[in-house]
Design a protein around this ligand. Structure first.
Ligand code: LIP
Length: 267
């Protein structure tokens, strides 16, 4: 993996992601084409598709033969393959993006022979570029970042509401919210799993959980948080897979055990 990391064109990948974000920033929220996907309140805009096509085209030119596991346009059936694999959420926080709520990001996880190699999450509104290379730490705009070491009783917990699956998860969210509120300092919800997980990596929050989440939402931010000293598993404490949706628990070392004890029976 270290040899591959030496060759990995990180600067070019970052530049491609920054270029793709211009598509988001130039969007006209009042005239965008929007289509409904499966699941309640699950939408895809023309800009999700444009960003994904842009990224796939540029990454394919940069690393010929690479594969994709991405949220839009039917690419989401490809299991992790050999060689370079990009797991992409072109716009994480699509509903925020649709309504002009400037809390969305581009999420790109890069795997090599099924091992996480690099993760990047870029919030173009705040110009916050989170990144990490396997075994080499996590960064925000080039500055090293670390998860906090706070007691969960004063910590901030993000609760993902899994709105696309509300028939299955509605009561789980209600019970989760009560239990988390009784054991953490306060709760939050941003609407972008990647940004919520990255806020733990940068020390601004302490825990994130969501009962059902897709691989492209957590692939990049999960590596970034691990490289910042955090822990990322499913609710049962098992490592996350990338071939389908799963529960996701992301936390600082100081908050993980408290959160996992509360969540392990929820799904
Ligand atoms: C969203 C996640 C969010 C989750 C939503 C959706 P999208 O990603 O960031 O945490 O609750 O169901 O998966 O669809 O905006 O890329």
């Amino acid at each position: 993996m270290q040899d591959i990391l030496k060759e990995f064109p990180e600067r070019e990948v970052e530049a491609i992601i920054r270029d793709a974000s211009k598509i988001m920033l130039e969007a006209d929220n009042h005239r965008m084409h929007i289509e409904k996907k499966d699941g309640a309140a699950n939408f895809v805009t023309e800009y999700d598709v444009k960003v994904q096509r842009f990224l796939e085209g540029k990454f394919s030119a940069l690393l010929p033969g690479c594969g994709f596991l991405a949220e839009e346009e039917g690419e989401n059936e490809n299991p992790l393959g050999d060689g370079y694999m990009f797991i992409i959420d072109p716009i994480d926080g699509t509903t925020n993006f649709m309504f002009g709520r400037r809390a969305s990001c581009i999420s790109v996880g890069v795997f090599y022979n099924r091992q996480a190699l690099y993760g990047a999450v870029y919030d173009p509104y705040a110009d916050r570029f989170y990144s990490a290379r396997a075994g080499q730490g996590a960064y925000l705009n080039g500055e090293r970042i670390f998860a906090a070491d706070r007691d969960p009783s004063v910590g901030i917990a993000y609760i993902g509401s899994a709105p696309y699956y509300r028939e299955k998860t509605g009561r789980i969210i209600a019970e989760t919210t009560y239990e988390i509120l009784m054991h953490f300092g306060d709760i939050r919800r941003l609407g972008s799993a990647a940004l919520e997980i990255c806020s733990i990596a940068s020390g601004e929050a302490d825990m994130y959980c969501e009962p059902i989440l897709s691989p492209w939402d957590h692939a990049a931010a999960g590596l970034i948080l691990k490289e910042a000293g955090g822990i990322v598993t499913d609710y049962h404490g098992d490592p996350l897979g990338y071939n389908g949706p799963s529960s996701v628990l992301a936390a600082t070392k100081a908050s993980y055990e408290t959160a996992q004890n509360l969540l392990k029976g929820m799904v």
